[in-house]
Design a protein around this ligand. Structure first.
Ligand SMILES: C[S@@+](CC[C@H](N)C(=O)[O-])C[C@H]1O[C@@H](n2cnc3c(N)ncnc32)[C@H](O)[C@@H]1O
Length: 359
């Protein structure tokens, strides 16, 4: 194993690299915390917590603030992020509500200051989580609005190129760790004779797997949307591209890789994708499995900073794409609903995990 990355840094271990990546995300998504605080203030949460004597379960907040009941799981996520930084979540919220509602001498507290300083223009252009929370129950229009924002961003050529670069860069980063196998991840692809990388993007992950594991190389595909396939030169990286839609059909193979796919979709869509994957893979006895690379919220309980990064991702995904990250219980439910018989979570990628899901 060659652990020495770059002479100026001396020896950098895989663990440190993963920590550095999490730290980078903490900075990148720092605005998510401000966005969440603004949302809480706009919704009147500090006042509601204050009226309830300093603490209130989410169900009470939903009722007190007349928010649609369907928003309860999302409000729980928002409060989870806001409360996380405090050693004692309830105490932290009490303090926050005191500060914002009744700071001594401030008369009306500091809410107006927080609102001004956390104005959407400062925090995040054209995005108001609070209006999403207030949106009428069951309409889903806010999700559509966020999805539309996301789509506009993706249509922006500069953003599109940056997004694709980011994905390709992550594919190389993760696969380098896995392929070198220092963390026991090398076993993931052992024994497989074929693999489909569903939503494989630029293909950096599939290419790394094909190069490192020639037995998989014999029959590997990347399934991508037709316009993505059309944009890639033929013969790129020795991994064949297949144009298609993962909701309709996944080509047959021993295993399917879903790297950073499912966290972008709601539960129903995930179950549909996973059903197609289940139809595609070999039996469990023959080594068939779906390899999910995604975040399992709560997978690093002893590391408060890592957990914070997970919660930032959670609220960021909830706000931008409308689909939050999942904890183990939530993952387990969608695997069950898609007809899988079991799964194993391997916390191999820092704040992200590899989940092997068995037919
Ligand atoms: C977040 S990117 C992940 C890319 C890659 N797996 C990675 O981790 O770098 C999601 C990918 O899914 C692809 N995708 C979206 N909808 C799809 C569909 N219905 N069928 C196949 N691929 C799809 C997108 O084109 C995009 O490349």
């Amino acid at each position: 194993m060659d652990d020495n990355r770059g002479s100026s840094l001396g020896t950098v271990t895989d663990e440190e690299l993963l920590q550095a990546q999490a730290e980078l995300w903490n900075h990148v998504f720092a605005y998510t915390k401000s966005m969440s605080l603004r949302c809480a203030v706009e919704l009147g949460i500090p006042e509601a917590v204050h009226r309830r004597g300093g603490s209130a379960p989410v169900s009470d907040l939903i009722a007190d603030l007349c928010l649609p009941p369907s928003r309860a799981p999302y409000l729980r996520r928002l409060m989870r992020l806001l409360a996380h930084a405090e050693p004692d979540a309830a105490y932290g919220l009490t303090l926050l509500s005191r500060l914002l509602v009744s700071a001594p001498g401030a008369g009306q507290g500091l809410s107006p200051f927080a609102l001004a300083m956390l104005h959407p223009i400062v925090v995040s252009p054209s995005m108001s989580l609070a209006s999403w929370f207030r949106a009428a129950d069951g309409t889903g229009e806010a999700r559509v609005a966020f999805a539309a924002l996301w789509a506009v961003a993706k249509e922006d050529r500069e953003f599109g190129a940056a997004f694709n670069d980011a994905m390709a860069c992550d594919g190389r980063f993760v696969m380098d760790l896995i392929v070198r196998g220092d963390r026991g991840a090398g076993d993931l692809f052992r024994g497989l004779t074929s693999l489909v990388d569903v939503g494989g993007g630029s293909g950096s992950a599939a290419k790394a797997i094909a190069a490192a594991f020639p037995h998989v190389n014999a029959a590997s595909w990347r399934l991508e949307l037709p316009h993505v396939v059309a944009s890639v030169p033929p013969g790129d990286g020795g991994v064949e591209f297949v144009a298609g839609d993962m909701f309709e059909h996944v080509p047959k193979a021993d295993a399917v890789l879903l790297k950073w796919i499912l966290h972008g979709w709601g539960d129903e869509e995930c179950v549909r994708i996973l059903r197609r994957c289940r139809e595609a893979i070999s039996t469990r006895e023959a080594g068939g499995r779906v390899i999910v690379m995604d975040l399992v919220v709560g997978s690093c309980p002893a590391d408060a900073r890592a957990t914070e990064t997970q919660l930032l991702w959670d609220v960021m995904m909830m706000g931008v794409v409308g689909s939050p990250e999942r904890d183990e219980r939530e993952w387990s439910k969608i695997f069950d609903d898609a007809g899988f018989s079991g799964y194993k979570i391997l916390p191999l990628l820092g704040i992200r995990s590899v989940i092997e899901v068995y037919p």
